[in-house]
Design a protein. Structure first.
Length: 220
């Protein structure tokens, strides 16, 4: 921050100049600017004029714009088949249900979410059976009736008759393993050297059994 500063020179009898400098708000002496000294003895006061620059900073707040866009989108969504639904915002839900007929309430109850866990499973479907009950449920009679119907009802005719031993379609052949797996399997083979191979080739059956037992390669 710049400010005007006035330096007063007091000339003594010896011809030496003493400068009385201004102090800032903390009580510190401000140094004399360079180039303020003058040999002109006629000017007793010197005034330094400085220029102050004012910077105006404008801060943009996007909150009003976001709220305006949000209210606009909410207003656009409050339409059903081109009809504005804003008139139903302050309407009581019970009053709206009282104005519906029995058929309209039935249609409203059928429009449910099948994945709604807050409703019982039997009420998550739009199917409603209007038939009256024929009597109490008898589980044994129901099972006997299903088995009897399955035995007496003829099978559906096949478009292609079944023939034993006939292969229909193409036989599935597994694809060959990738080349990387084949290389890994090939690298598993170990080279034990000529001495070990000759020793195993000349070993008897009992020696092979003892070696397998010591190595833990038994069949148990």
């Amino acid at each position: 921050m710049y400010r005007s500063r006035e330096i007063k020179r007091d000339w003594s009898e010896h011809g030496t100049a003493r400068s009385t400098m201004d102090r800032d708000r903390w009580g510190h002496d401000q140094p004399e600017p360079a180039g303020t000294g003058s040999d002109d003895s006629d000017s007793e006061y010197e005034e330094i004029t400085t220029t102050t620059r004012t910077v105006k900073k404008t801060t943009y707040n996007p909150k009003p714009l976001v709220e305006a866009l949000r209210s606009k989108e909410m207003g656009a969504n409050k339409k059903l088949f081109g009809k504005d639904l804003s008139e139903y915002d302050n309407m009581d839900m019970d009053d709206m249900l009282d104005q519906l007929t029995a058929e309209e309430i039935e249609l409203l109850t059928r429009d449910v979410d099948p994945d709604d866990t807050l409703m019982p499973p039997d009420q998550r479907t739009s199917y409603r059976c209007d038939k009256s009950a024929t009597g109490p449920l008898n589980r044994k009679q129901l099972i006997d009736h299903i088995n009897e119907q399955a035995m007496t009802e003829p099978d559906r005719p096949e478009l292609v008759p079944y023939e034993p031993g006939t292969i229909r379609g193409k036989k599935w052949v597994p694809p060959p393993p990738p080349a990387e797996e084949q290389r890994a399997d090939e690298q598993v083979a170990l080279d034990m050297g000529d001495e070990y191979e000759s020793a195993l080739a000349d070993a008897t059956e009992s020696e092979m059994v003892d070696l397998a037992g010591q190595s833990g390669l038994t069949g148990n």
